[in-house]
Design a protein around this ligand. Structure first.
Ligand SMILES: Cc1cc2nc3c(=O)[nH]c(=O)nc-3n(C[C@H](O)[C@H](O)[C@H](O)COP(=O)(O)O)c2cc1C
Length: 147
């Protein structure tokens, strides 16, 4: 059974909507278990096979919560090597956050990233939510192949 964690931040609810439906998509694939959390400790990350981070882009950047999570994980020498990493988020016009998350996962923590990051502009509509479900399914399928 592959264990997947989705940890997300959302100020106005758009990335949260994505997170819930991505989790539904993951659940459609047999052999995967998913947990969705608003906050996680660095130590918690080690109990999963895959870490999926959801963060909107504010001021051309990822959320402060995610920066803190990465910084704390680095300071504590948390070993995430070879875990699968993926990133998504809502954005308005530039959407840098998921790419920045993947960059850190890959370069600092030597995680095996699923690229590119997944973006939805502002609030997801029905069609966007279908894409979220597909993204979740894709993550789960990749993980069952890689683990
Ligand atoms: C103060 C502020 C700054 C923002 N900066 C950016 C930005 O630099 N790039 C971008 O693509 N979107 C930017 N946005 C748009 C948000 O990413 C967008 O509203 C998104 O849907 C918020 O997601 P959330 O509901 O999960 O918090 C900004 C929004 C606000 C209010």
């Amino acid at each position: 059974m592959s264990k997947i964690l989705i940890v997300y931040y959302s100020r106005t609810g758009n990335t949260e909507k994505m997170a819930m439906v991505i989790a539904e998509g993951i659940k459609t694939v047999q052999g995967t278990e998913v947990e969705v959390k608003y906050q996680a400790t660095p130590e918690e990350l080690t109990s999963y096979d895959a870490v999926v981070i959801g963060t909107p882009t504010y001021h051309h950047d990822m959320s402060l919560d995610m920066k803190n999570l990465f910084e704390e994980s680095a300071v504590k020498n948390i070993n995430l090597k070879d875990k699968v990493g993926a990133a998504f988020g809502s954005y308005g016009w530039s959407g840098e956050a998921p790419r920045l998350v993947l960059e850190i996962m890959k370069n600092k923590f030597q995680m095996r990233t699923i690229e590119p990051g997944f973006l939805i502009k502002y609030e997801p509509d029905q069609k966007d939510l279908e894409k979220c479900r597909e993204f979740g399914k894709k993550i789960a399928e990749e993980i069952t192949l890689r683990t």
